[in-house]
Design a protein around this ligand. Sequence first.
Ligand SMILES: *Cc1c(COP(=O)(O)O)cnc(C)c1O
Length: 396
Amino acid sequence: MTNPNGRFGVHGGQYVPETLMNALLELEKAYEFYKKDPAFNRELKELFQEYANRPSRLYYAEKMTRDLGGAKIYLKREDLNHTGAHKINNVLGQALLAKKMGKTRLIAETGAGQHGVATATAAALMDMECVVFMGEEDTRRQALNVYRMKLLGSEVIPVTTGTATLKDAVSEAMREWTKRIDDTHYCLGSVMGPHPFPTIVRDFQAVISREAREQILEKEGRLPDAVMACVGGGSNAIGSFYHFIPDESVRLIGCEAAGRGVDTRETAATIATGRMGIFHGMKSYFCQDQYGQIAPVYSISAGLDYPGIGPEHAYLHDTGRAEYVPVTDEEAVEAFEYLSRTEGIIPAVESAHAIAHAMKIAPGMSPDQIILVTVSGRGDKDVAAIARYRGEDLHD
Ligand SMILES: *Cc1c(COP(=O)(O)O)cnc(C)c1O
């Protein structure tokens, strides 16, 4: 799947200022070396097992299956990882790689704060300095995560440019990296940005499908009929798809955040509403306004409101290997509540987008078919927002 110049079909590439090229080339060279290095892979495996709690369980959701009355549903439980989501897989990989490269400082962007907290966690563990860029608007909305990052020993820098949200935090982190490459690694949070990031992040998240494929073969003796996951930048989804891509009988379904609907402006469904463009160092699909500027996006789930999608997803969409479906706030909230009361699992509202689609298609499938849904994270962080959506204010 990887091709040497970082392209996925026409997507991907390295659309960056010249000053960043050296850092990207250094990173690519180091990654090509360490990904084949047995010692590196042993250490990463140990971190995954002992620190992050891998392998994550593949859980047969029997009550949900019975209730929906169609395909058998299995949940890949990334919510059970340390820090409560799949993001730890990527940050442990990148932090270890940075350490091997002799870097002593990590920088990261964050929107809702989840990737910032994960990076701050890895930095604390590996004794590295950590600076997280976060839109000023987001630092106000996510004060708890700002405090968590500080608790973990990181500095949080509020970004005031543009709309003072995630996309501006990414731009600022890239600017900072060009200023300080010697001791600093930019720990990017999803399968996006310039090559080699989409490949590196994909490879670290591919542990999800490596485990899930083995687990389902062990439990059922066959492959699933469909694998589904929510898509923000697309890291948990590509990680869930990757080892199933050669299995042509397995449908791959990415669930995008439609917000208030794909026919409104309050949406973050990139494949459904976006157009091809170049932003944050890559060619891919982006939500854009009539002038080709990046459009403001909206979703109830802060982790999914990125205005683009990773280049490998854009390619899987172009070739038809994967399907991308929009899921609204309302459908996600219903799925959030449904999984909580049916299985006793409160999913992240991001993950609830994938659960919602499983609820939609499972009843139309036969009982000998299998759906595998990735629960990318746990939902404790979302409880207050869901209550508010339902008209209850937990804080006053
Ligand atoms: C950040 C996040 C996402 C979205 O990111 P991807 O790169 O698309 O995976 C999804 N689910 C959870 C729980 C997250 O924290």
